[in-house]
Design a protein around this ligand. Structure first.
Ligand SMILES: [Zn+2]
Length: 166
């Protein structure tokens, strides 16, 4: 899923934890639940337009990603205070896999390492496990343009929920 979706789920988790659980357990539970939420939210991404690779020559792909990346950035700017803790741990799997491990693998492979270098360190394999074991029945719309509707509906639903519980 896109960062904005992870962020909205993180905010809901942090609001609930800080409303109903006492310090310091509210912090610990926010971290644990935000982390776990990534696995489940990513499992649902099967139903959203989510191509594994960049499609720079596909106008639809480009426009959608300009919109959704801008919305993700905006959501971080608006929500980072005071929800940085939840947001950090709801996205840490993407940060680790995409921004640390992948670039590291690229440099390693360039200097002659095995092309499968670091495979076991990818945290998304836990998300894949959740997806395969619990959500195998979901339709696969990763390459369907209309998959953006699923993501937009989820984003609207989560936003309404935040407004209600805030
Ligand atoms: Zn992810």
């Amino acid at each position: 899923m896109e960062a904005i979706t992870h962020n909205l789920v993180a905010v809901i988790i942090q609001i609930f934890c800080f409303q109903y659980i006492l310090f310091p357990l509210n912090i610990i539970f926010t971290i644990i639940f935000a982390y776990i939420s990534h696995l489940f939210v990513d499992a649902l991404s099967k139903m959203t337009y989510h191509t594994p690779d960049v499609h720079k020559d596909d106008k639809f792909w480009v426009v959608w990603h300009v919109i959704i990346y801008s919305a993700s950035l905006l959501s971080i700017v608006i929500l980072i205070i005071p929800y940085w803790l939840g947001i950090l741990f709801a996205n840490i799997i993407d940060v680790w896999d995409w921004f640390i491990l992948r670039p590291l693998k690229k440099t390693k492979v360039k200097s002659g390492a095995d092309p499968n270098w670091g495979q076991k360190w990818y945290l998304h394999k836990h998300a894949d496990w959740v997806s395969d074991n619990f959500f195998g029945w979901l339709p696969n719309w990763r390459h369907k343009y209309f998959g953006i509707i699923t993501e937009v509906v989820i984003i609207i639903f989560l936003s309404i929920m935040i407004i209600i519980i805030f």
